[in-house]
Ligand binder design. Structure first.
Ligand code: MG
Length: 452
């Protein structure tokens, strides 16, 4: 069996330690061999972007395959380009998404623009282990630089929302791109929708990330106060590669990804009834809101490619994750931060301010814990928790989801980091906190026993 390279979101590592130019070159050769036709490549704004991109591209070209260099783009803009250009057999995004700046990663995209399936990844991993035969000197691939992919993406988004209504609403927003991949496309999208825009961390020459690139409440302090002090209708923040997007209300309150997923589900279901797909880690808020709006929820394991594939399979009307990664089938089957902005603008234009819409949603309390856990220990921790939870109502879709009368716990090994995650939810805040603490304790207890 070949060595596993891909995690939940591509191949990631610390640059020049495990994410090296040698690895990128060999990955490029494997990708060229497996994709077998023109490959489009884009990057986010990390310091190592050019090094990894040129190494991957050299590897691809050495196998006789042409490379289209699309420059700096959000991941969904690369995916949209691959999906809509018939001559392209696949895409490669050089990004480590929300990881700290010392990381970078390689994410592969299939010819339909979706993230590659596990089966395709295995083919690349298998090639990676081989001594790959290169093309003869006169048949190596070439590289073309393509301009305008970002604007094609923005225009497609605009065609998929009620742009006229948004333009007439005279909205004002603050946006924080973490100096990441959407620094150009998201402000352009807002400009084309006639939205007055105040930007923060939208400078590609600035340091990446302009703030820690995971768009959590703690990391968005500047945006929270800017949104409030400028009396904007909305605050908007992306992660590093802008496949995700979270919002701030006009009074500077952070809106979790669960809430925007629930709210947009409600809005979309008001126009078209159907299925909403989301991983088992999402708040019950989503299920309750969807069912109240006449829809149904289908749960999957965690990971956006899994959600996207389930949506294709079931013809779902909408789907997404609790971290602000939302998928709109009318645009494409992948998380799309730009599309999320436009749909939320349409939603507040038609249904009123975000703050008042959020206040009508049912209230759940979710506590999330992350505990450092070596990769080779994850399996044992999971077994230990299962053995401590006998007799409980357990769902094994991903990790362990244990349902109680007044809430649930999800215990699962992270697919991207040496860590174990605990999610605890209840309508009662104390219960959610206590239970999170209890299960965090179980993980730590087992790790301590092991290392004693
Ligand atoms: Mg991302």
């Amino acid at each position: 069996m070949s060595e596993r390279l891909f995690g939940t979101n591509g191949v990631r590592g610390v640059v020049n330690e495990d994410m090296t130019s040698e690895l990128a070159l060999q990955m490029g050769k494997a990708i060229g061999t497996v994709m077998g036709g023109t490959v489009a490549v884009a990057t986010d704004t990390r310091a190592s972007a050019d090094m990894i991109k040129t190494a991957v591209s050299a590897g691809i070209m050495s196998t006789g395959i042409n490379v289209l260099d699309l420059g700096v783009l959000p991941t969904p803009a690369l995916q949209y380009y691959v999906k809509t250009h018939d001559n392209i057999k696949g895409g490669v995004m050089i990004t480590a998404s929300h990881n700290p700046p010392q990381f970078n990663g390689i994410k592969c995209v299939s010819s339909d623009g979706t993230e590659t399936s596990r089966k395709e990844e295995e083919k690349i991993e298998e090639q990676y282990q081989k001594n790959i035969r290169c093309a003869p000197w006169n048949m190596i691939g070439d590289m073309s630089r393509i301009k305008g992919a970002g604007e094609e993406y923005v225009d497609a988004i605009i065609s998929n929302v009620d742009a006229e209504a948004i333009r007439k609403a005279d909205l004002k927003v603050c946006i924080d791109c973490a100096n990441g991949a959407a620094y150009e496309t998201s402000p352009l999208l807002l400009k084309k929708l006639n939205v007055r825009t105040i930007t923060i961390n939208c400078n590609p020459q600035g340091e990446f990330p302009g703030r820690p690139s995971e768009p959590t409440e703690e990391n968005l302090k500047d945006l929270l106060s800017l949104t409030r002090s400028t009396r904007s209708d909305l605050g908007i923040a992306h992660d590093g590669d802008a496949d995700r997007c979270v919002f701030i209300t006009n009074d500077g309150k952070y809106v979790s990804g669960d809430k925007s997923l629930a709210l947009l589900s409600k809005y979309i279901l008001s126009k078209k009834k159907g299925l909403i797909v989301t991983p088992v880690s999402s708040s019950s808020l989503v299920k309750e809101t969807v069912e109240d709006s006449g829809g149904t929820v289908e749960y999957t394991a965690v990971g956006s490619p899994i959600v996207a594939r389930k949506m294709i399979e079931t013809g779902a009307v909408f789907g997404g994750e609790e971290n602000g990664g939302l998928i709109f089938p009318e645009q494409q089957y992948c998380r799309d931060g730009g599309m999320t902005i436009a749909k939320m603008l349409e939603c507040i234009t038609k249904e009123g301010p975000l703050k008042s819409q959020i206040s009508k949603l049912p209230v759940y309390y979710t506590v999330k814990k992350k505990i450092d856990c070596p990769d080779d220990m994850k399996k044992y921790v999971l077994e230990y928790i299962a053995s401590e939870s006998q007799g409980a109502k357990i769902d094994n879709t991903d990790g362990l989801k244990i349902t109680f009368d007044d809430g649930w716990i999800l215990a699962r090994p992270s697919g991207t980091e040496p860590a174990f995650r605990i999610f605890s939810e209840s309508k009662d805040e104390e219960t959610a906190k206590q239970r999170a603490g209890k299960y965090e304790g179980l993980v730590i207890e087992h790790l301590n026993q092991w290392f004693k």
